[in-house]
Design a protein around this ligand. Sequence first.
Ligand SMILES: [Mn+2]
Length: 315
Amino acid sequence: MVQEFKSLLEQFKKVSIVTHKNPDADTIGTALGLYEILKNEKKEVEVCNAVGILPNYLDFLPHFAKIKRQIDFDKSLIISCDSGSIDLLGFDLSSRVIVNIDHHKSNTNYGTLNIVNEKCASASQVAYEFLKNDFTITKNTATCFYVAMVTDTQNFTTLNVTNRLFNVTSELLSRGVNIAEVNRNLTQRKSLSSLRILSSTLDTLEFYEDAQIASLVATQESFKRTGATVVDTVGIIDYGIALATVKIAIFIMELEQSLKVSMRSNFADVSELAVHFGGGGHRLASGFNIDKMDIKELLNNINKEIKKRGLLDEL
Ligand SMILES: [Mn+2]
């Protein structure tokens, strides 16, 4: 398959690397790592995000400042990173040649070339394993791929962390990744608004079904009061799943036009649940967006669906 990728690269002088809406460290890290690889191949490369609200806590990543809101290249090869569906990219990509690099179980294989491996813990692991033998992996690329792995696995604690992932990590470190510097950047540069939205969201914590389900809510009012944006809410949902009795945590964010719902679980398949509501994701971490409605009613609907599917019964 790497031959197919190489021949696609030969056909295009320009490459547009596209990240998904509500970008996280995996989509950004994978894209920026690829940017350097393709620059070294003497390609003209751009990195694009349709929404433009970037996770600024990742601004220490090489080339972060190059990410732009629009696709400027007309006849470029598109490479999408960490996106399970074409809609999540937010660009009109009809009639474009797309290389789809991802690890979501729900990936719809929308690419011309689909490099999708749901066994990988991050899209960056997919990219690394695919490219490592045929392309130069610099320290910068290794750093971007490593940060994507650390964050997508919540510091190597998710179920998809494997022996193979640690081997990949080890290979990345041998390319010169400075772990201490990465750790400091990821853990000790939080914004004040992210701490304030954490505090106000924890106040909303509620439990259902004998505390097997937990909910957290961030309203428009609390976003305005704390000055936080969606980017500042990274990691909040992990507090929902922290209590020993909780099997599924639901985090609802009220955006200007819609509600954004994230779900976490410690064994039940919440990706199916997300697909039911029009979203997608991983078995233990998923989400969806829905038109604005009463939040209590939405929580009720999700709880009903959880019961209907027997998601609390397993094990
Ligand atoms: Mn990912």
